[in-house]
Structures are given as C-alpha cells and as structure tokens.
Design a protein around this ligand. Structure first.
Ligand code: GSH
Length: 217
C-alpha cells in the first residue's frame, strides 16, 4: 500500500500526487491539516512520521520518504513507466534544474512557516507579506520562463512532448502563484505548458480542488 500524507493546497503534495497519477499508482491520501490547531504538521504525532514537520511524506510498505523531489525520484526508480525524466544525462540535468528552480529556490520562500514568521514574529503587515510573496514568486517564474521560452528542447511540455518532473513542479507553482494573485501575463510559455498539462487526466485528478480535504473558497 502506498500512503501519501499531504494537504490539498500544498504544492509539494500536489507534485507528488501528479507523479503518482502519471504513473498510474494507486495510493491512499492521509490529510494533514496545515491550519488546524496551529498546524497538524507540527504536532508530535506527525513529527514522528516526518521530523521536519512538513508535508508531503510517502509511505510505500515499510519505506517512509520525505521531500517531494526525493519521493518523485523514488517513484521514477520503482515504477519507471511512463518515465518522468528523459534518457540522456544532459537532458535529465535540464529537467532537474527546471524542477529545482521551483522546488529549491522559489516555493520555499513563500511557504507557510516563512510567511507566518514574517507576520507573527517579525510583525510585518499583510501588505508587506504580499509584496514578499509576489517578489519571490515573480523571480522564480521569470527564471522558468527564460529557461523555457525558445529553448530547442521545450515542446508541448517543459522538455519535449510528454510531462517530466519539470512540469510536475511547474503546475503546482502556478496554482500557488494564482492563490496569491500574482500577475502571470509575463509568462506565456509557462501558461501554454500549464494548459497542456491540465488537459491530461493525471493533472486533473491531482488538482487541489479534487482532494477529499479541499475546503471551498
Ligand atoms: N522541500 C519540501 C517542501 C515541503 C513543504 O514546505 N511543505 C509545505 C506545504 S507545500 C508545508 O508542509 N508547510 C507547512 C509549514 O510551513 O508549516 C518538499 O519538496 O517536500
């Protein structure tokens, strides 16, 4: 049994759901409510599963894996079809670097705990919090646009005509940027690729709005 501890609106959880769906793997969702009672992810019960106190965590039988990219690489190795990485070393590096622009350098800066620290500990206003989010998301998305637009390896998707780990990271990041009202008009390539992804059933099934713990509004 594969079990995914996650939260409907968490973009790192969303990445893993897309990967599981693309590979056609059946899994059980275990919701961890990031907002209830100061965050279930921080409670001792969940920290026993993931000491970092973050979602997602994947359990595959006796294996327990944290960090969405490590989980996705694990899925790639244990369920290689359809592949989410291209074949050549340089091509794989391109896909991984696109994924890491999002996962390492963009998403962490607008993560819940960072935003809570800005407002609750440093006393920043909601406007300053918003400016922070928009600034860092725009930097990350602009970098993705520059890396993808006009690159010969960019196709219908970030790399060629099938989704890879780069698409798996990009689509949740765009969802996240919309939540925070970011202006996306400067990223036509990203929007085109997002459109191609959202036409695929795996991306539809993994969408936050389709999760059992989703809250309206
Ligand atoms: N690098 C981690 C990031 C995990 C992460 O930051 N998860 C967020 C949700 S997207 C979280 O659990 N936030 C809870 C918090 O900040 O307290 C990964 O890719 O799995």
């Amino acid at each position: 049994v594969i079990r995914l501890y996650g939260y409907w609106r968490s973009s790192a959880s969303y990445r893993v759901r897309i990967g599981l769906e693309l590979k056609g793997l059946h899994y059980e969702s275990v919701p961890v409510n990031l907002l209830r009672d100061g965050g279930e992810q921080r409670a001792a019960r969940y920290r026993a599963i993931n000491p970092q106190g973050l979602v997602p965590t994947l359990e595959d039988g006796p294996q327990r894996i944290t960090q969405s990219l490590a989980i996705l690489e694990y899925l790639e190795e244990t369920a290689p079809e359809p592949p989410l990485l291209p074949r050549g070393a340089a091509e794989r590096a391109r896909v991984r670097s696109l994924a890491q622009v999002v996962a390492s350098d963009t998403h962490p800066l607008a993560n819940l705990r960072v935003l809570q620290y800005l407002t609750e500990v440093l006393g920043r206003s909601p406007e300053e919090r918003h400016a922070w989010i928009r600034h860092w998301l725009a930097q990350g998305l602009a970098a993705c646009e520059a890396l993808l637009a006009g690159h010969p390896a960019t196709g219908r998707h970030c790399h060629g005509d099938a989704p890879t780990l780069a698409d798996v990271c990009l689509v949740p990041q765009l969802y996240n940027a919309r939540r925070f009202d970011c202006d996306l008009s400067g990223y036509p390539t990203l929007l085109r690729i997002e459109g191609a992804c959202l036409a695929l059933p795996a991306f539809v099934a993994a969408h936050p709005s389709r999760q059992g713990d989703a809250v309206a509004g």
